[in-house]
Design a protein around this ligand. Structure first.
Ligand code: ZN
Length: 196
């Protein structure tokens, strides 16, 4: 049943946030979330993610499995056009909002989404008003941000971006699955390409 799959993912995020100090400190876990269900919109990346079994039993591994189980039961979104990122990027990336103003668990003051990028993709420089915390669930990617040393991050690593701080990301041999939290002004905003 789809609601059970959604609930399993919600609880896996809640458990992971509860045992990860960086995530717990970034934003207060919402008390009042309302289950709204989700429309279904698929992207090609859903099939790639669905086939990706990492076989780990820790909290992040359980979240990975819960997200795999959701791959065909959520409203995937893509923020960019083919002109901005190219057809290959659009064929192998996607994100969906799990908790938030547009999430299937509705909250007005918390936003948690899941982002997936297959191997060998460059997510160009972009920025947005909201503050952001990335958490790598599985795989790895190189994170770049203006004013910071580039870093290759793997499972359990986090990366903070200030509001309007330009950032970029590159996957090489492995895909990456991330949990992304937003907070502050611009919570319902969208990213835009560029460095300014
Ligand atoms: Zn960002």
């Amino acid at each position: 049943m789809i609601e059970q799959r959604h609930k399993r993912a919600f609880e896996a995020v809640r458990d992971l946030v509860g045992e990860t100090p960086d995530l717990a400190a970034f934003a207060q876990w919402p008390d009042a979330v309302v289950y709204e269900g989700s429309t279904i919109k698929t992207v090609p990346a859903a099939d790639i993610l669905h086939a990706w079994n990492v076989g780990r039993g820790d909290a992040a591994g359980r979240l990975h499995e819960a997200i795999r189980g959701l791959a065909h039961h959520v409203a995937w979104r893509q923020s960019y056009t083919e002109a901005e990122v190219g057809a290959d990027f659009l064929a192998r990336y996607g994100w969906f909002e799990l908790i938030g103003p547009g999430g299937f668990y509705r909250s007005g003051n918390y936003r948690a989404y899941i982002g997936f990028w297959d191997h060998g993709l460059h997510y160009p420089w972009h920025l947005h008003e909201a503050e952001e915390l990335y958490y790598v669930i599985s795989g790895e990617a190189e994170f770049e941000a203006e004013g910071e040393t580039p870093a290759t991050l793997g499972p359990g690593d986090t990366r903070h971006h200030a509001g309007y701080q330009p950032h970029a990301m590159t996957t090489r041999d492995a895909p990456v699955l991330t949990l992304v939290l937003w907070r502050g002004p611009g919570l319902t905003g969208s990213p835009r390409m560029g460095r300014t």
